[in-house]
Design a protein around this ligand. Structure first.
Ligand code: SF4
Ligand code: SF4
Length: 365
């Protein structure tokens, strides 16, 4: 366990599935150098296959006794999807037809292949919601436990989980060990890579790119021990933000406000079935555990209170009027940490990224 822990809360009631977060992350970190197929941030349709395909069924994590569970390493073509590109040059000099403009492979799978399909029958009772996912920077990371090279570390100062690229030999046990499948193999450098929670931004007091750019303003970022932070209030004070699949035993530090309302079903004549709700509570229980009942109860009660009295700290928090209502980071804290560790907080990211616990100043081993 680290001394302090950063956390992110995502309000699923506000995610519009626009993928701005995905693009923000991709352009910042993963559009090059063997990372093209990786989505450190992805937004999947739930219910659905997710990314990689059927990740919830691929093992990893811990059982009730705390033992690491075996897991599967997803296949690039079948489970992630080969990233394809187009022959854009065919567009030069006029309109292209489908014979000339085409992807460079015949894709059979890719992220969001089943986007917006969801479950149920349209228009009577179909439903889905968007589930954005990043690495959970777990308190008990399955990836870290699985690594025989001790190449994954959790930073003392903020709990960010990183790969020491000096140390990693590309064995990929981490991928099997992570039940969220949020760590990826880079075939170009033969090493594993993952979301770094934009630590170079965080250290300057800025939120991760996915959170800063989020159009729906669904993401809150801060330290869990900071009682003034939005994440503390949502997770500990109001207990409305819950970990995803906490039953995997990794103690995730990304939390979710569950979908609180869903539309009513229609009968065969297209009339509203009073009192019905499309989104089965069992689905939410599966994702967020039994605490989802109390979370939804609290959210509904506060909504009602806000309507009746105009007052609710929780609703004001979730509306997130400005960025300062969503992010509480502290660059002075990081400057102090850097000073104590004799580190340069402004060093280039590549140096910082591989500066794990096995990297000695001035050399590798
Ligand atoms: S989500 Fe996976 S990759 Fe991220 S810290 Fe947890 S176990 Fe490791
Ligand atoms: S940018 Fe925000 S609203 Fe858009 S998909 Fe990502 S999390 Fe959802």
């Amino acid at each position: 366990m680290s001394k302090r822990q950063l956390a992110m809360v995502m309000d699923l009631n506000k995610c519009i599935g626009c993928q701005t977060c995905t693009v923000a992350c991709k352009t910042q970190w993963t559009n090059r150098n063997g990372r093209e197929y990786m989505y450190w941030n992805n937004v999947e349709t739930y219910p659905g296959t997710g990314y990689p395909k059927n990740w919830m069924e691929l093992g990893g994590g811990f059982d009730a006794a705390g033992d690491l569970q075996p897991g599967v390493i997803p296949n690039l073509e079948a489970d992630y999807g080969v990233p394809w590109d187009y022959n854009y040059e065919s567009l030069m000099g006029g309109m292209a037809d489908s014979n000339t403009f085409h992807p460079h492979v015949s894709p059979t799978w890719g992220p969001n292949w089943d986007e917006d399909q969801g479950a149920g029958a349209f228009p009577q009772d179909n439903y889905f919601f968007y589930l954005p996912r990043i690495c959970n920077h777990c308190t008990n990371p399955g990836c870290l436990s699985a690594c025989p090279r001790d190449a994954i570390f959790k930073r003392e100062e903020d709990g960010v989980v990183l790969v020491d690229l000096d140390r990693c030999q590309g064995y990929r046990y981490c991928i099997a060990g992570c039940p969220y499948k949020k760590i990826y193999f880079n075939p170009k450098i033969s090493k594993s890579e993952k979301c770094i929670l934009c630590f170079p931004r965080i250290e300057q007091g800025l939120p991760p790119a996915c959170a800063q750019q989020c159009v729906g303003r669904i993401r809150f970022v801060g330290f869990l021990d900071d009682e003034e932070s939005q994440v503390y209030k949502l997770v500990h004070k109001y207990k409305v933000a819950l970990g995803l699949r906490s039953d995997y035993g990794t103690q995730p530090n990304v939390y979710y406000i569950p979908p609180t309302e869903s539309p009513a079903k229609f009968d065969a004549e297209g009339k509203i079935i009073e009192g019905s709700t499309r989104l089965p509570i069992e689905e939410l229980e599966k994702l967020f555990g039994p605490a989802v009942h109390d979370s939804i109860k609290t959210l509904k009660a506060e909504m009602k209170k806000r309507k009746e009295t105009g007052m609710s700290e929780l609703m004001d928090l979730l509306i997130a009027y400005q960025h300062s209502d969503m992010f509480r980071l502290d660059n002075h804290y990081y400057q102090e940490v850097a000073k104590q560790n004799k580190r340069n907080p402004l060093a280039p990211v590549d140096t910082r990224y591989i500066a794990g616990k096995f990297t000695k100043a001035g050399g590798h081993h």
